[in-house]
Each structure stands twice: as C-alpha cells, then as structure tokens.
Design a protein around this ligand. Structure first.
Ligand SMILES: *Cc1c(COP(=O)(O)O)cnc(C)c1O
Length: 404
C-alpha cells in the first residue's frame, strides 16, 4: 500500500505527532526504533554511491539512522526551520556548533548569563584552540554591539536564562549579528519551540538540550542543532561524520515520542508556574520572585512577545533572611523540608524539581562571580512539573512556614 503523504500547511500540534520519516513496510503507527549500528547495502555500486553522497540511503548510525532522522525532522518542524542534527547531549550540540562554524582567530560574543558549561566550552576549551570570546550583558544590547570585532563570526544567546530568567531581545541580537556578517545561535532550552521559535525573530541556529523539555520526563541526555538545510549539510554533517558526537537511536526515539506531548506539557507546566509565582510573590517570607510571566519582571513585555505570552516553567525566588548567615540556612531549610519535590539540579521534567543554585549548578563559581550574576545564597529555583498546584504549594509551605 503506498504511503500517505502529509498534506502541506499543518499546524505545530499536528507536526509534533506526525512529522517523521516514512513508515517501514509493516505500517507501524508508532515510529519504529531502529537499533542498528550499520545498514546493509543492496550491492557494491549502490554502497559506493551512498558513501560518496550521490544517493540517499542509510549507511552507519554515527551519522545516518532513520529513528534519529525522525527526531530531527520533528524538531525542525516544531522550530519552523528546514533541518536539524541530533547530538549526544546539549553540550555536544554546542561543541558541534563551534567546531562547524569557528576556526583559530575567529571571535564569539556570548551572554555572560548562559549555562555555565557553555561559558567553559566557548571561553576555556575553544580558547585553547585560538578562538577568541567576549562575554557581555544578557540584557544590554549596547554591550553586544560594542563587543563586535572584524573577526566576529558567532553571537550566542540563551533566553530566558537559568535561574534568574533574564530575557534577551532576539531580534536586536540578530540584527547586530547580520550587520557584522555573523550568525546568531539561540539556546532555546527553557522555552522549547512550543513557546518560542527564535527563527521568527531572526536567529540562524537554534540549540537544544533534548534532556530538558523535549524529552520532558527526565529519561535521557540528548541535544540538537536546528537550522537551514544548506548550513547543516555544509557545516555540521561533515563534523558529525568525523567527530561522532552522535545521539543514540534509542535516545532519539525517547525524545521523538516526548515531543508528541511537548505542547500540552509546556502549556500546563507554564500555567502552574505562573500560579505558583503569583502565590510566592504574596508570601511574607519571600523577598523577590523571578518569573517572566509576572508583571513585576523587568522584561515582562519582551518575554511575552517572544514567548507566546507564556513565562515557561521555571520559577526562582529569594527567601528573606535576617543576615548573611541565614541566607543559605533558610534556603536549605525550604529545600530540605519538602517531602514531594525532587532535590536535583535538572529541569524540564514532569516531576517538579527544587534546587539551590548557589551550591549546585553555580557551585563552581566564586562567591564574587555568583553575586555578579545575581545568584545569592538565599535563592531557590523550582522547575515546575505536572503535579497538582495545591500539592506543590503545600510542599513549599512546609519549609516557608517553619522558618525562624
Ligand atoms: C542543560 C542545558 C544545557 C546542556 O544540556 P545537556 O543535555 O545537559 O548537555 C545547555 N543549555 C541549557 C540552557 C541547559 O539548561
């Protein structure tokens, strides 16, 4: 029976469950998991053509696998971009990005507030190979502009940031990049394409940690770059083929199935996060809440315009403390008094996670670096999942109500 072709003009929700490579001859309704390292070739001449890239066909799972291809196709569709390339983790997506686009003597401009390992990878590791980098303010567009040099090839942004939810203006950064003949890459982990499609604001490449909301259930580590077909074919596939930061087909399949529920999860988790943020803002033991969905957020309007009117699912807050001694003590008390929330540093799970950033995700920074980044000892981050809101509030109250 001939395969039904997907009609044109489908909506995001539809593509999230339908975009994939063609079914096998068995007509499986759920996408197949092709756990195979290599693919047999019908004959030597065909093999030669496929290895030379003259004919399409699967060869070896380091760079071609149908399950991984389905995940790439689905993610590209969700981001509204042409193509994607899956990687073994979010960090290896950024490794692939830098290996594909940069050489010794090139310069990168990056926000100072991006994921800690991203700063280390771009600043320290690529610095070893002669790539220059400048780290600038997340929110001051003027600093980005001033950092541009003749050798600037890449601008790297992440919005909103972890854990304080600072939002950068993607359109303004895209204009700066393009005027300089550089590309803009945006790490879209926190919103996912369900809330934010950076390409709509001029981004050239979208970076993902599939570990977070794309999988959405805390099962696998995965990553991807999303971009134009030509860019991926010319810059990233050759590096993937030689360097092999490949996503395993099994993990690709988990993320592929995770994306089917991305839209409803992001909607439901954002809704709970907004309710929780409003409630926390009114609590007498809370000094300040950081959440883009709140009117009190300094970039509320920009965030709402970029993020489909949603704040995302991560809420952070400073707990009141009488003095410096009590800052960490109070935060630990609230974290340790929970009986339901998961105490771990991940996010993007349907299980709500509570974290003390200053001693975990940002524990490797000096106190001075942490303060410069606005991360104080009394800060607590909650990555909101799918539990009932009243149960989440009750769990946080166990600690908040017993602070002394
Ligand atoms: C987690 C994360 C990464 C790294 O992803 P891994 O899959 O853990 O390698 C990169 N950027 C952001 C914003 C993240 O939250």
């Amino acid at each position: 029976m001939p395969e039904k072709k997907l009609p044109a003009g489908l909506h995001l929700e539809t593509l999230a469950v339908r975009a994939a490579v063609d079914k096998s001859q068995y007509g499986e309704n759920s996408e197949a998991l092709y756990l195979t390292s290599s693919f047999t070739q019908p004959d030597s001449a065909t093999a030669a053509r496929r290895f030379a890239g003259e004919e399409e066909g699967y060869i070896y799972s380091r760079f071609t696998n149908p399950t991984t291809a389905s995940m790439e196709k689905r993610l590209a569709a969700l981001e509204g971009m042409e193509d994607a390339i899956a990687t073994s983790s979010g960090m290896s997506a950024i490794l692939l990005l830098c290996m594909g686009l940069l050489k010794a003597g090139d310069h990168v401009v990056c926000s100072r507030s991006v994921f800690g390992s991203t700063i280390k990878l771009i600043g320290t590791e690529f610095g070893k190979f002669g790539v220059e980098s400048s780290f600038v303010s997340q929110i001051d567009v003027g600093e980005w502009k001033a950092a541009i040099k003749p050798n600037t090839k890449l601008l790297f942004a992440e919005t909103p940031t972890n854990p304080l939810a600072d939002v950068c203006d993607i359109r303004a950064l895209a204009d700066i990049a393009h005027n300089a003949g550089a590309l803009l890459a945006v790490d879209n982990c926190f919103c996912s394409p369900a809330l934010q499609q950076p390409v709509k604001f001029g981004a050239d490449i979208v970076v993902h940690s599939g570990t977070k909301y794309l999988d959405g259930q805390g099962r696998v580590v995965a990553g991807a770059l999303v971009g134009g077909e030509q860019l991926i074919a010319d810059k990233f596939i050759p590096v993937m083929r030689s360097a092999g930061m490949s996503l395993s087909p099994f993990n690709a399949w988990v993320v592929l199935k995770g994306m089917e529920t991305l839209g409803i999860r992001m909607e439901a988790q954002s809704q709970r996060a907004l309710e929780l943020a409003k409630w926390l803002e009114g609590h007498p033991k809370i000094e300040r809440v950081y959440y883009p969905g709140l009117k009190s957020h300094p970039q509320h309007e920009l965030a709402m315009a970029q993020q489909s009117g949603r704040g995302g699912a991560v809420v952070s807050f400073d707990i009141k403390a009488a003095d410096a001694d009590h800052a960490r003590k109070n935060a630990f008390h609230v974290v340790d008094s929970t009986q339901l929330l998961s105490v771990t540093a991940n996010l993007g799970d349907v299980k709500t996670i509570i974290t003390h950033p200053a001693s975990t995700s940002h524990g490797r920074l000096t106190e001075q670096q942490r303060l410069a980044a606005g991360i104080r000892q009394n800060l607590v981050r909650v990555a909101v999942g799918l539990e009932h809101l009243e149960d989440l509030k009750a769990d946080l109250l166990r600690g908040l109500d017993t602070l002394n």
